[in-house]
Each structure stands twice: as C-alpha cells, then as structure tokens.
Write a protein of this length. Structure first.
Length: 482
DNA sequence: TTTTGAGTTGTTCGA
DNA sequence: GTCGAACAACTCAAA
C-alpha cells in the first residue's frame, strides 16, 4: 500500500547517498520539500551561502525532475509550515537527514514529537557524517576533546557504510490547490543591487553533478602530492569540496569510498599517504560536528571558559581594514580579497588571516567568525566556529599560546614566489620576490619602479609585527592571571 | 584514583 | 644557511 510521503531537504541537496530521500521515495508518492527557514532561532545564511543555496536548489530541482519528481519550495518557520502541510496533503511518512547545530536539534526533536503525536510516521537518517557525534566516545562514555584520539577511535569503528545509489524514480505527490508553492526565483536569494556575485559565478559550479565531478578531478589530479602541497595557496592543491559538503551536494561516505577505491585501483594520482591526509581533513570536519553537537553554543561562547577573561580590543578601523584586505600585510590582504571575490579562501591563508586578527590585532575571534560566516560559500555551523576557536586558543586541542603566525614568514614559506599575492594584490605585483611579502622594506627606488605610493596605492602595515606579537602574549598572560 | 605520555598547522634565538 | 632548543604549562585519554 503506497503511503504519501514527504522528504524535507535541508543540508542534503543531493539524490545519491540520501537515505531519507530513498526511504520516502520507496514508500510512495513523495513531496520533495525545501523551506527557506526565516524568523526562527536558527542562524540565517550569510550572503555567500544564500547565493550558493539558490544555485544548488536549481540544480536539485533539475535533478529531481529527471527522476520524475518535483521540488516544492516554501519560506517561513518550518515549525509552523510542516505540520500544516502534512495535514493538508495527507502525508503518512516524513523523512529527513539529521542536523547537529543546537537550534536545529531542538527544532527537529520538537517537530518529530508533534508530527508523531498527530499520527504521522517520522524517520530521520544520517547523511552528513561518517559517525554520529554520540557514537565516538572515550572509554568512560564522554565526548572526545582531542582530535587524534577522536580520529583514532572513529577509525576503529570500522569502514563507513557504502553510499546509496540515487532513487531510480521519484513519484511526485500532487499538491492540493490551497498550497501555494514558490519558485526558487521568488526566494530572491541572489544579490541584485549591487550584483557582487560575479566572482562567485566565475569560480564555482554548485550542485550534485558538479560536486561529483570535482571529486573525480581531485582524485585523478591534486590528490597526488596532497600531503605536501595542500598548504600552498599558490597552487591548485586542495579539493575545493568544502561548499559542496556544506550543502550536502556530496557526503563524506561518498568521498571516503571514492578515495579509497581510487587509490586501491591505481586510478588516483595520490599515494596511500596522500589519501590518509585527505581523509583526515574529513576527520576534522567530523570532529568539528562532534564538538558542535556537544557544545551547542560553539559559535557564541569560548569552549575554554578561561578565555572569557581575555582582554579583547575593540577596533572598528582595524577590523574594517582586515575585512577589506587593506592591512598592509600582503598575504593577509590577498586572502581577504580572495574571500571577498570568490567566497572562498585557502585553508592555510585562513589560519594566517585569523591569527592576525586575533593575535596581532587582539580582536575577538567572534568578529572574524561572523565575517567568514557572511562571506564564505562553505560557511559551516561546525567547521567555522571550531576552526576560529582553534586558532584563538580557546578551542578544543588548542595551540600553545606562543604560536603566533608571522605573516611574512608564512608568506615566504607557503607562497615563496609571491604568485598568490600578485594575483590578489596586483598593486604591489611589480615588486621583486624578496619584497613581495614585506613591501615596507622596499627602498624609494624600488617603490618608484613598482609604482607604489604608501597610503595611496597600498597601505602601510596597520600594526607592527613585533609589537602585535608581544601585546598578544601579554594579553594571554593577563588572562591567565585573571 | 593516580600516573603517564601525548598533543594539526609556529617563531625566535643562538650556536 | 641550518639546526636544535626554548617558549610555559595545561588538558586529555588511557593504563
């Protein structure tokens, strides 16, 4: 007896390895629903995230249509929309894939209770993680707090399940006339006036198909040498899968198995060591979700509460200079402009830029986390706060306090020829390699030759590195003795 | 309960 | 130019 079912898409905008969609589609005619969550307690998407979402929903709509299905889009508060829709459409089965941020956990739990009480079956699944956050524990059953121990324990649980194929066919459920579905364009997710998304369009292809192609290209290309090259922002040495993962256009089980089989069959360019390094990055994503689930206020509160006494500075001028890529430190300015233009920043540069804001400028990590949340296409409720707290030293597995990245040293080490800087900070591009990461050391002739006038074409450094470093170490001392 | 070894991503100094 | 040590002390995980 076919049961009218509803699959609620959230952070799982794909057909393959989507257990909740598969369950709904095999039960009977299926209403495929996306709700733009507005006005509820959940953290709203940033601008870059909304852009990606609009493209990803379009790709999902087309993919569903190829299977006979239809994407229904609504906007508003899911807690109000979903129960009414279930009643209006006579739905017997509601499915979704689980989310792990505190607000979503509360909302989903409440919805499950309400719908179940009203006589609807609700089934939730795991599409986002290799391991549920509660499945990896210490011997005493506590959440893990150290990455290496976490990842070792997670690995000992065995291979992740094999990914599911997409449903062969999705029978659409006819909507009653009183339900007014929107088009994706109605959501007005893309920037209009001004249209700042040109760099995003040039850089990215959202959607499940593109995600799968990206993984394939990575495995047969940049995976070779990944362990060594992944820190080089001047090269195409990373997977660039992060926004696809963020929106669930691809899942970690698919990545895991594709990587393993590509290496074993010899199709991949990389060694087993490269694959291990890459998969451990997936492990960091898992660890971040583990931390978020067990610490729902991860984006708001210091994981290590001793940092509540940290003497942050308020400095709107410096914060703006950092956001706009006008700090006078080329590697940082390059990263911040790459972020603004493409919605993405190389991970190594994220660490350098974050360390600079937190330590040299002494600005609260939450200001930086907010900015990344708004501008990153991969802004993730777990990865973003966990990584910022890690750099700040307030997070799990925190770095020693004296680990203050020097933007010149880091630039010379990871962008040795200045290729990355020249690409994003072209106004100093004529400087020779020795000066490209420290233009203030150029003499008058070199500056004239490169067409640089400090304060006009490019800023002087907004803070002295030695002063900034000492001030950061002093601040940590002050916090410790507070 | 106590003890012990270990812990993503660095910088600077001085030999 | 290269290399090792110091940086200062804390928490976690497991035996």
């Amino acid at each position: 007896m076919p049961a009218p079912s509803l699959h609620w898409f959230r952070d799982d905008l794909r057909l393959a390895d989507n257990p909740a969609l598969t369950a709904a589609a095999s039960a009977g005619p299926t209403l495929c629903l996306y709700i733009l969550d507005e006005g509820g307690p959940r953290r709203p998407f940033g601008g870059a995230g909304l852009w990606w979402l609009s493209k990803s929903l379009k790709a999902l709509e087309q993919a569903l249509a190829r299977k006979g299905g239809q994407l229904i889009v609504l906007r508003g508060d899911p807690a109000r929309i979903l129960p009414r829709l279930v009643e209006q459409c006579g739905i017997d089965l509601v499915t979704w894939n689980r989310r792990y941020d505190g607000e979503s956990v509360v909302l989903d739990r409440q919805l499950m209770a309400d719908l179940t009480a009203a006589g609807t079956t609700v089934e939730s699944f795991n599409a986002a993680l290799l391991n549920e956050p509660w499945q990896v524990t210490t011997k005493t059953g506590d959440p893990m707090k150290v990455f290496t121990a976490y990842w070792r324990t997670a690995r000992q649980r065995g291979e992740p399940a094999a990914p599911l194929p997409p449903p062969e066919r999705i029978e659409p459920l006819k909507l009653p006339a009183e339900v007014e579905a929107l088009s994706i364009a109605d959501l007005a997710l893309e920037p209009d006036q001004p249209d700042w998304a040109g760099g995003l369009r040039e850089t990215w292809s959202p959607g499940e198909t593109a995600a799968s192609e990206r993984l394939g290209e990575f495995l047969s290309g940049a995976l070779g040498g990944y362990a060594e090259q992944r820190d080089r922002p001047d090269r195409e040495a990373t997977s660039r899968l992060s926004p696809h993962l963020r929106f669930g256009e691809i899942g970690p089980r698919q990545i895991w198995h594709a990587t393993r089989s590509a290496v074993e069959s010899g199709e991949a360019a990389g060694s087993a060591a490269d694959a291990e390094k890459f998969l451990s990055e997936i492990g960091w994503r898992e660890f971040s979700y583990h931390l978020l689930f067990h610490n729902p206020d991860l984006a708001k509160a210091n994981y290590n509460r001793r940092f509540d006494a940290f003497p942050w500075r308020k400095d709107a001028v410096a914060l703006t200079a950092w956001q706009r890529g006008l700090t006078g430190y080329p590697i940082i300015d390059a990263g911040m402009r790459q972020l603004w233009t493409t919605g993405w920043m190389h991970n190594r540069v994220r660490m350098i830029a974050a360390s600079f804001l937190i330590k040299h400028l002494l600005i609260d990590w939450r200001r930086g986390e907010d900015w990344f949340w708004d501008t990153l296409v991969d802004a993730d409720p777990a990865n973003n706060p966990a990584s910022w707290q890690w750099v700040a030293g307030s997070g799990a597995d925190a770095s020693p306090y004296y680990r203050v990245f020097n933007p010149v040293t880091q630039g010379l080490k990871f962008d040795p020829k200045g290729i990355y800087v020249r690409r994003w900070v072209p106004e100093i591009g004529e400087l020779e390699v020795a000066l490209i990461h420290q233009p203030w050391k150029a003499d008058a002739a070199a500056l004239r030759g490169a067409g640089i006038e400090f304060g006009k074409t490019y800023p002087r450094p907004i803070v002295d590195l030695d002063l900034g470093r000492r001030r950061a170490l002093d601040a940590l001392q002050a916090m410790r003795s507070a």
